[in-house]
Design a binder for this molecule. Sequence first.
Ligand SMILES: [Ca+2]
Length: 327
Amino acid sequence: MFVINNPIDLYKFELPNLKTTKAYRMKISEQIELSNKTARLPWNKLVICLFALCLTIYACKSPTSPANDTEVNEDIAIDEDFDNLIWSDEFDMDGAIDTAKWFHQTRLPNGQSWYNGELQHYTDRTDNTIVEDGLLKIIAKKEAYTDQGQTKQYTSARLNSKFVFQKGRVEIRAKLPIGEGTWPAIWMLGQNITENGAYWYNLGYGTTPWPACGEIDIMEHWGTNQNQIKSATHTPSSSGATLNSGGQTIATASTAFHVYALDWTDQQLVFSVDDVVHYTYNPSTKNSSTWPFTAPHYLLMNVAIQPSIEPEYTSSAMEIDYVRVYQ
Ligand SMILES: [Ca+2]
């Protein structure tokens, strides 16, 4: 979220990795469903189905790519079940956002502006953040607004969760704003970040500058590159125009709701949309430079306005149906 770049250059479209947690789990559940159905089939079909099941299981356990015992054991170790809901917001209370769960980050970090030449003020007004019809709406609008001695021509909102966690699965069902120059993001930062005005920093948790605190970008979307969804990590080993990113095309990103998810284990970060994986971050060497994901992180949701905002832009919203965290 910190660096402005042409996302086209950064995409590394990767094929779904069937060894990742979610996909692997889906594979098994399909087979369970298959074996349940076979109970009503004639015995000869049952034998065929069981044979197919055995073949499939054998195939899953025997990767054709370079493999060794370590890799197989790692696959088993990372197949963690995150099925216990530990925190969520369904946004089912109309009006202002639940301030027991969310903090409005409004302070200009350097007293002048936000990062990357962004044009917006973030406010805590219901003009920019409102819950309606079961949806949270983060509304980025064109309007002159003065705060902290600075007048800007756009307003929006940036939320920090008053909840942190380490490892687990995050699901956010969202529909994205539309308009060249809009930049919505659903992401995470280390609780220990030293960032003036951030919720946890204000409470005294700040010990570690970015990117050593770690950043996990679950979903970013640039209106200048409509329907290209991107995920990334920022660490001391690669930050800013990070090498560690991937994405996929979601043709209805701004017209329909999709589930953006992160699966965070000790071994890897797996990013997906509607359970289709587009990026896995899994550095072979894990240390404070490559893997600062050994400490709690908090969630952020915001819509930034880039200098490339189209002149006719007036208002658009990121709509979020729910945020759910499982461990
Ligand atoms: Ca909802």
